[in-house]
Structures are given as C-alpha cells and as structure tokens.
Ligand binder design. Structure first.
Ligand SMILES: Cc1cc2nc3c(=O)[nH]c(=O)nc-3n(C[C@H](O)[C@H](O)[C@H](O)COP(=O)(O)OP(=O)(O)OC[C@H]3O[C@@H](n4cnc5c(N)ncnc54)[C@H](O)[C@@H]3O)c2cc1C
Length: 373
C-alpha cells in the first residue's frame, strides 16, 4: 500500500503542488483519488468502513502524501482528526452512521474547536449549545477550521454550561448542509495554501438530540483524546516534509558547483546532511513508538506529545538547513524548498503548539516524580 500511495503522490500530487500553492485551489480530485486508493480510513476498524490496518501504515501514507504536497497532507490529517473524535467519543449507532462514509472517503471531516478568543485554552471558548425542541441549538463562531466548507460532517465543540470551563464543553456532529451554518472565505495563509481554513459561523444551528457525541460536559475530554491520537499523524506529516527537504538538499548539493567542486564535497554540507537524516529518523521513531502505543490501547499522551514536538521542531530545522544548502536559489518563489519552508512552519503551532506539547510532557514527568504515575 505504501508503494501505491508513493506512486500516486509522486506522479499525481507532486507535479501540481506548486500551481495549487499559487492558486490556493482545493484539490478535490486528489482527495477523491485518495478514496479510490482506500486511503481515507486506513486505521479505522473494518466494522466502521475502514481498512482496519495499523496506525503505522496510516503514518506511512500520510508521510508519502506530505512529501509531495503538505497542503494535501493537512486536508488528509484534518479528516483523520475528525474521525478520531467519533472513534473516541461516539456511541455504536453514531459510529455506524457517520464513520463508514468518512472512512470510505465519500464525506470529508472537519474538527471545529478553536475560536478567535480560545486557542490553547479551550476552556475559555464562548460558543454555546442550548437545549431546544429539536435537540440542541448552537451559537457562536469557530476559526482556523480546516476543511470546514468542503466537509460533509463537522465535529463542533460548544459550551452546554457556559459557567464552567473545560467541563462545560460538549461535542456535536453537525451536518455541513445544516441551516444557519455558514463560512468565511478561505483565510489567506503563509503556507498550506490549498488546504483552506475558515471562520465558521453558528447562527442558531439545530442539531438533533442524537447529534451529541459523548456526554454533556464530556466534549473537552473527547477533544483532547482525539488530538492526542491525531498528533501522531501531524508527526508523520512533518516527517514527509523533512524527507522531501533532505532529498532536495542532497540532489542540489551533488549538482551545485562552487570553487571548482560540487558543494557535496565540502564537509560542512555533509555534516548538515548527516544531521538532517539523524533528525528525520529520530522523528520517525518517535512517531512509530506513539503509533505502537495507540494500537495497543495504551496511554499515549506523553508519547504523542513527544512525537509531535520532536517531529515538528526537527522538520523546521531540516527544512531550514535544506534551504541554506540551496543558497539564494532556495529563497526564490520558484524553488520547491521555499514552499516547504512556508508549509512546515504551522506544524509547530497547530494541533497543540510546541509549548503546549512540552507542558503536557512536563506534567507526566512531574506526576512520575510525585509518585502519582
Ligand atoms: C493552518 C491552520 C489550520 C488549523 N486547523 C484547525 C482545525 O481544523 N480545527 C481547529 O479547531 N483549529 C485549527 N487550527 C487552530 C490551531 O489548533 C491553533 O492555532 C493552536 O491550537 C494555537 O492556538 P492559538 O492560535 O489561539 O494560539 P494561542 O493559544 O493564543 O498561543 C499563542 C502563543 O502562546 C503560547 N501559549 C499559550 N498558552 C501557553 C501556556 N499555558 N504556556 C506557555 N505558552 C503558552 C503558545 O504556545 C503560542 O506560542 C488551525 C490553525 C492553523 C494555523
């Protein structure tokens, strides 16, 4: 399967990536092709329409896609994040209703947590869900939501008890076609330009009673658990971008001549390439370890945060070094490494910033030191 995804990524995704970066066009046809390749629900159980394969295989697919086009990988990982919400929080009937269409790729998913005033601190969100005759009435707004307009289903978090913080949050499955649900135009971004993000407006959106995912007040926990599981996918995306940067840097070093030699003969360039490969492999190992724990059903909070932190930070270092090896050519819009430089930056911010990952890791370190865990 990895070979099939790599062939697809290299022959169908990579050639148009620069043009999509320039136009910002959503790659609907490539998302359809991922569905044709059975790649939209790789680690989702067969009972819910997925392939029932390992998370490690899912990581391999994400890495291959990211190496060709990080924006497509971001659309892809946001879809997996939405499915994680259902896998973590939904009851059996809800899983059977929503997951097969998503895992088979007929419906894209979106995860709507962030608000203009609530990013890392999700307990401060202001969107509300009030009990109504039909079930629930959602009001408020969300921002930076990937796939929101293209998705068939949005997993939306809102306060059922605005007087509480984290414990006041509940989670809802919202159909994209719901009345009073609307979207901004795509937000203009530094990178991942063909992976659109939107502000989502909830102007009294009715959700049926069975659209509540999990318990009233249990949404914050569902969001964090889903994010923990999906952070491994972000790590794989970072590995894909870093792998491509290393490939570009090595071939440039072999072909670029200065002082009468290919620059690959200069030891400082070789040291750079060696470090890049070491950083990439460490990131892959960290992601695989978190994937192993996830598939075992073990507590993966610390491992997922380590994987996300290490892979995102290492990716940025690898891409920066790769750009340096390209010299001035790497700074030009026409070079692929320039796109990778812009695309990789967000990995240190979304799905929990690097600082939030370190705080999560530190809390586990302190629990152990305190004899709690
Ligand atoms: C391209 C893109 C796509 C996105 N897609 C989605 C999506 O699909 N769904 C979704 O819900 N959200 C999405 N987001 C939002 C993303 O998850 C948030 O941007 C991220 O969680 C950080 O929140 P914030 O931007 O509000 O930053 P803030 O939380 O305001 O943080 C600002 C800075 O303060 C630091 N900081 C905050 N709290 C602490 C603390 N306690 N200690 C130390 N430092 C701290 C942060 O690390 C950061 O450096 C997306 C964002 C981007 C850019």
């Amino acid at each position: 399967m990895r070979t099939a995804i790599r062939d697809f990524a290299r022959s169908e995704v990579l050639p148009g990536a620069a043009a999509r970066d320039a136009s910002g066009e959503f790659p609907a046809q490539l998302v359809e092709r991922l569905a044709e390749l059975d790649a939209m629900g790789i680690a989702v159980p067969r009972a819910y329409g997925g392939l029932g394969q390992s998370t490690r295989l899912q990581l391999a697919a994400i890495e291959e896609v990211a190496a060709a086009d990080a924006a497509l990988a971001s659309i892809y990982t946001a879809h997996y994040l939405a499915m994680e919400v259902l896998l973590v929080g939904a009851d059996e009937a809800q899983k059977l209703r929503h997951l097969p269409g998503m895992a088979e790729g007929q419906r894209l998913g979106a995860f709507a947590l962030t608000e203009p005033g609530a990013g890392s601190d999700i307990g401060s969100m202001e969107a509300t869900a009030q009990i109504s005759a039909a079930g629930w009435l959602l009001k408020g707004s969300k921002t930076f939501i990937s796939n929101a307009r293209e998705a068939g289903l949005l997993l939306v978090f809102a306060k059922t008890n605005p007087t509480l913080g984290f414990r006041g949050i509940s989670c809802f499955a919202v159909d994209r076609a719901s009345p009073n649900l609307s979207f901004s135009t795509p937000q203009d971004k530094c990178g991942l330009r063909s992976s659109p993000t939107y502000t989502v407006f909830l102007d009294g959106v009715e959700v049926a009673a069975d659209g509540l995912i999990g318990t009233v007040g249990g949404g914050g926990k569902i969001a964090l658990e889903a994010l923990n599981r999906a952070r491994i996918d972000s790590a794989a995306m970072a590995c894909g971008i870093a792998a491509r940067a290393l490939e570009l840097a090595s071939s440039y070093a072999l072909s670029r001549q200065q002082f009468g030699h290919p620059i690959s003969e200069f030891q400082v360039i070789q040291l750079g390439l060696g470090e890049m490969q070491a950083l990439l492999q460490v990131s892959r190992l960290a992601a695989r370890e978190a994937a192993r724990l996830k598939d075992q059903g073990a507590d993966l909070r610390e491992a997922a945060s380590i994987a996300k932190y290490v892979a995102a930070e290492n990716c940025f270092r690898v891409v920066d070094r790769a750009l340096q090896i390209h010299g001035g050519a790497g700074f030009m819009r026409e070079s692929e490494i320039e796109r990778l430089y812009r695309d990789c930056r967000v990995l240190r911010i979304y799905e929990g910033t690097s600082e939030i990952q370190l705080l999560t890791i530190a809390s586990q370190v302190l629990r152990r030191a305190d004899g709690v865990a």
